[in-house]
Structure formats: structure tokens, C-alpha cells
Design a protein around this ligand. Sequence first.
Ligand code: V47
Length: 367
Amino acid sequence: MESLLVADGVAFMDEALIPVWERVQAGERLSYEDGVGLLKTNDIAALGRMADHVKHEKVGDKVFFVINRHINPTNVCVLSCSFCDYAKKLGDEDAYEMTNEEILDLINDEIREVHIVGGHHPTWPFERYVEIVRLIHEAYPNTQIKAFTAAEIDYFHKRWKLSDEEIFERLRTAGMVSMPGGGAEVFSKRVRNELFPGKAGHERWLEIHRKAHNMGIHSNATLLYGHIETLEERIQHMIYLRELQDETGGFLTFIPLEYQVGDTLLVPRHASAIEDLRMIAVSRLMLDNFPHIKAYWIMIMEETAAISLNFGADDIDGTIGEEKIAHAAKAASPIGVARERIVRLIRDAGRVPVERDALYNEVHVYN
Ligand code: V47
């Protein structure tokens, strides 16, 4: 096939992308059909260039990262989601519950953001979750706390008969500043029935984020891909998010999460690097109202994350520390990296590293 040169130096192998590129350049919103078409194209180079154009319009050459630490206080969980290797039942040999000392031992003055998610513990009172936030906040008042997914908030609501607003108010008073984007999985009743029937469905996930945004609490959003979901379901998921973002403007970043096969083996192998790049690029193009797209290096590996910085991603998460969820599912990435390694990775991609805080305030630009 011959390549066709068009404006802004994008060479197209797939001519069907040219009208989409025209709309992207005009700043027009892409449709559901556009999104599905983009996920099906083999013209990955043109897809990347289009997404990079949008990324550049939003933040220029900047790529953000944060000095952070993931804390997963317990893996004990009442749910049995069939994609999850992390959750254990009370009494299982490898079930754990961290003590206050163990939690504080993971943090130091340098950590700017703590990311807390864990299991839906059957017997921990809600107060234990609040206590974890308060404990960290009191010991490290300058460290921002991003805590508990919408799935956990829904569990607290059902288990302890608290309103979502009261849950948020108590967590915020204890020191929580924002919410992570987990627990969304795929916004599809079909996928939910098959993989995570006990967990909050998409209407509830969106409702919880809407309420958080209405209370001034920013949050992230995710999509778990590379298992049994269809391409159409991925795009529908992005459109639900785009609609809520139109309404509230409360989302900070979108993170496509590559399913880690581990022992759950929903599919024989994890998504390819090309598929990971495609997801980053398509989400940058579809989610025109999301400020940031994050390449989560823990799940797609550092090499693919580095390439994704030229495929629409403008954030690479952070140093992480000791992540447990993806590593329980045998993620091959290191459990944490140093600041210097992230700065170098971003520079090698030809971008400008910007250290940020949990709310994307710029802390230091590495010119
Ligand atoms: O919701 C569980 C996922 C999520 C597997 O907001 C799995 O900045 C892949 O949400 N393979 C938690 N994924 C992680 C998460 C997250 C990560 C990084 C940054 C942010 C953010 C949020 O992990 C869960 C679930 O979707 N998960 N099992 C698995 N086998």
C-alpha cells in the first residue's frame, strides 16, 4: 500500500483515518463510530501522530510524574472478581492486614502522594479505613492522600449504611484529597455479569464519581482492557466517561489498565505493546475533555510506557514503591523505581519531565 502525505507531516497508510484527522485538527469531537474505527486500524503510526498532536495542544512537551507510594493495606476481600489475583479470603495463608506501623514505615518526607486501595474487608469497620487516612495525614501533613476507589466507597455505603456524602466528608476530614480511578473495569453489563457480578456496576461507579466531583473532590478513571471485552465496549466506556466529564469537569486523568493474566488466565496472554499504544492513543483522541492520559508503567512495562509518551500519554504515574495488585498477577515490571530513572525515561522520549503533586500542580520542571 502506498503512503499518502497530508498536513502536519502525518503519513497515512489507512485512508479512512484522513477525515478523522481533519476533525481532530479542527478540534471536533470524535464519535462512537470514529472510536471503534480507530481501535481497528493497523495504521498505528498515524494513530500515534494524531494522538500526539492532541497531547501537544494540551500540555506541549511536558510529561508529568509524581513521587508516590502505593499502599494496599489489606488483600482480604469479600468479592471474587475473576480477573483478580490479589484478593484473598480471611484465614487464607497469604491473606494480610497491615498494622499502623507497617503502613507508616512505607512513607517518608519525600513522598508527595500516597495512593491507597485494597480489599473490601468483611470485618474492618469503616473507622479503620478512616483511621489509615488520618494516621498518614497526621504523620505526613504535606503528603497528599488519594484514597479508595468507587467500588470501595460503594462497599462502605452498603456495609455500613452510610451515605456517599458522609463517607466522603469523613475521609476528607481525615486528610483524603482525591480518589483513584480503579474499580471501573469495563462499563458493560455483559462483562460485569461474567467477571465481577458482586461489584458496583457502571451506573453506580459514575454516580459515586459525580458526587465526589460535586463535593469538589477530583478523581481519576480507568478501563481494564485485554480480557473478554469487545472493542465496542471499550469505546462505550470512554463515552460514558466523556459525558460525565462534560457535566462535572472533575476527572484529572484517564488510565487504561492492561489486564495482567497471572493465574486468572481469562485469556492466554496479555495485550501486546501495539495494543497498549493503541489504547493510549485512542483514549487521548476520544477523551477530548480529560486533561491527562496516564501510561501506567507497572502494567505496560517501562519500555512501552516510554514509547507511549509519543502516542498521546502525558503522565507516567510515579515511583510507586511496592505495588501489590498487578504484581500478584505476575506483572514483570520492577516494584518501584527512583526519580532519576523516571526523569531519564521521559527525557529519552524527547519530552520535558515535570514533577507534579496529586492534583497536577507543578512542583519542578526538569529543563
Ligand atoms: O480496579 C485487578 C485492576 C485496579 C487486575 O487512579 C487488575 O491513578 C490488571 O485502579 N490485571 C486498581 N488490573 C489499580 C488502579 C490504579 C492504578 C494506577 C493508578 C490509578 C490512579 C489507579 O487494578 C482495579 C482493577 O481494575 N486489577 N486485577 C489484573 N489481574
